[in-house]
Design a protein around this ligand. Structure first.
Ligand SMILES: C[S@@+](CC[C@H](N)C(=O)[O-])C[C@H]1O[C@@H](n2cnc3c(N)ncnc32)[C@H](O)[C@@H]1O
Length: 242
């Protein structure tokens, strides 16, 4: 089977899809949201998906896996989410990943690799304390870490400015030392190539004039090629909660 993947906070299975395309076998996943479940199951027919709160998941319910991935909820750290971090319930969910890893450790079957994804703000949140706490926890469990911010538009030929931090932990120090980040690929895709502007969808799916953030969006989306999402999120974060 090669390398197997277990996925926490699996959402619609985007991370799982990337691993699958890279030759891994996604065998198990957990996600709480039943709407995500529909898309996840459509994309990953052979993966056992457990739809439940991660607090109810025990390591003994998870099969042996080579890699544990988790794009844990980021609202608590993101500029659009009022940055409360570990004070916000959604910020403490990282510790559920750590709990499961510790349970794996007790059972002597820690995954070889742990792969985490979050918003870039995680680096600077609370003066860097949040990021250090996450790293300390993973190192204490036994992982050797690398981390980097990558922007979607530089790696997937996708016309989206989306900066995310990736943390990769290896049980084997030598494997960590030899790890190389992927090389950028040239961006040739444009929004026009991936969106059919003539195709109409249900009216309720359009962000209409008169809605709260319409002026902000109109001001920042100057043409069909660019939308400065970071700027929009920054402004939303500084405005009153919606
Ligand atoms: C940032 S998203 C991850 C998206 C995912 N990487 C993907 O490709 O779709 C975080 C996910 O965590 C899920 N989540 C939030 N709280 C959870 C909990 N207590 N237990 C399990 N999943 C939870 C959310 O429903 C959401 O889908």
């Amino acid at each position: 089977m090669g390398y197997s993947l277990g996925s926490l906070f699996a959402g619609i299975g985007g991370i799982d899809l990337g691993f699958e395309q890279a030759g891994f076998t996604p065998i198990w996943a957990n996600e709480i949201d039943k709407f995500c479940e529909v898309t996840f199951r459509a994309n990953h027919k052979n993966t056992k998906l457990v739809v439940d709160d991660i607090y109810n998941v025990k390591a003994r319910d998870i099969p042996n896996i080579s890699v544990l991935a988790g794009g844990f909820p980021c609202q608590a750290f993101s500029v659009a989410g009022y940055k409360k971090g570990f004070e916000d319930d959604r910020g403490t969910l990282f510790f559920q990943i750590a709990r499961l890893l510790r349970e794996f450790k007790e059972q002597n079957r820690l995954p070889q690799v742990v792969f985490l994804e979050n918003v870039k703000n995680l680096y600077t949140h609370d003066g860097g304390k949040t990021f250090r706490a996450i790293k300390n926890e993973l190192e204490d469990i036994g992982y050797y870490l690398v981390d980097k911010v990558l922007n979607t538009c530089e790696y997937g030929n996708a016309p989206q400015n989306r900066e995310r931090i990736y943390i990769v932990g290896f049980l084997d120090k030598e494997k960590r030392d030899n790890f190389k980040w992927i090389e950028p690929v040239k961006l040739t895709n444009t929004i026009d190539k991936v969106i059919d502007w003539d195709k109409k969808v249900d009216e309720k799916l359009y962000y209409a004039k008169g809605m709260k953030c319409y002026p902000l969006l109109a001001e920042n989306i100057k043409n069909n090629q660019t939308a400065n999402t970071n700027l929009i999120l920054e402004k939303l974060a500084n405005s009153k909660p919606l």
